[in-house]
Write a protein that binds this ligand. Sequence first.
Ligand SMILES: [Zn+2]
Length: 479
Amino acid sequence: MELPAEKQKWLTEVKRNGQNLQKAPEHLKNDKDVVLAAVEEHRLALQHASEELKKNKDVVTAAVEKDPRAFTFASEELKKDISFVKTVVQLKPKALEFAADALKQNKDVVMAAVQQNGEALQYAAAAFKAEKEVMAAVQQNGEALQYAAAAFSAEKEVVMAAVQQNGKALQFAAATLKTDKELVQAAWLQRVLRDGTEMQHAPWILRNNREFLIKAVAATRAPWLLKLSSEALKQDKELSEHLKALAGTGLVFTYYHSFDCFHNMREAFLATGASAPGGQAYEEVMKKLNETSGGSATVWFDKVHVWGFAAGHWRHPSTDCGRDMVPVPPPEGRDPMWEAMVESRIERLTPEVGSQHPCWCCRWLRVVKEKIEAGAVICCVVSNIYDDSWVDDYGAGSSEVSDRVAEHYGLKRDRFRNGRPAGWGEGSIEIYEGRGRTHKYSRVAPMHPHTKLPLGEGCRWEREALDNLDCTVMAFFMP
Ligand SMILES: [Zn+2]
């Protein structure tokens, strides 16, 4: 069925700018399709809808989904409707601000909001802020402590719950508790767990505290926390060995979600990315790596033909393979590793007997070992997303591969010395990116346009080699 021309015209208008709803004829401000299209385009377009549609649960829900502030334009009836408000604040906790006053002290409603986002506590009625239920808010978001009734900031149990969720919440504790040893330790342990480089900002009393450092390394598996400790502790060889043993070996995923941590590590000491998938983003990855001081990742050869990491069922070992610039022997009785193609950025070919080619795996292993000897902390990067825009611009993405996908493409399964991180290769991952921003990325490796395989074939070999190193390697989703 064709839409009337007028409705079609206004649908187009509001899709262009939701605020155009204001200029629409009255009967179209009462048209669900037009209003839904408007609130979809503009976060606050609900204000121009008819009174009738401001009572419509579908329309209001759609608007609030876009922006919790839109709830202010909903009908007074809806703002008083307990079950509807509960649904709305579960969706967008900050919508609580615009609920009817009576509901701001309704435990059911407020709990629904603060369990979703503790910060919504600020919109609760004063009476609620003095209830023991504020615990739920500070457990969800430690910084909600600032909105609790003043008495709570002097209650150690509440402050402890808050700093265990977010160490920065200690600033909202009562003056008497701000220097409480247990609280200070708990607060800084939480900060270090979120980003190990926070250690450098910890009070000297903690940076010079052996027990605290041991506790922190046990919790994070990051032996490099020692680099950010006091000079006295850094000189302690025995302590250093103890921390290494405590951290163990292989890939460590403590800071996998934190873009900031890797960035701050590189600023604070010599930390180097030893693996990053290239794919279509190859040129840009190269540029980035050259810009980053002290960084080195995959050894690239561009137009030179090189040996790869596999030959039939043969896989390159985590040590020298014996092919690097060694003349190709005649076919009779030679090792299976020679039954491979050599490959440049442009072409693949069968190497002639007697010809010599670099082995990128051997070269890469050598670079990694040199970096370790130079005292660098080795980091493994699992995506080549350096910036949001890279996903669209270069098809950048993750190189995580789930067992299901590996089986489908006949690839080797991703294995981990210390166990597989939850959700590997499936769904999405939330990354903390600077100034408290978070961003979601797909964990599923995109298709490489040339190999028609999930992105990061070579980098998965590198990952396995890094996992076999005799030291800890910090894994990050994003460099
Ligand atoms: Zn080799």
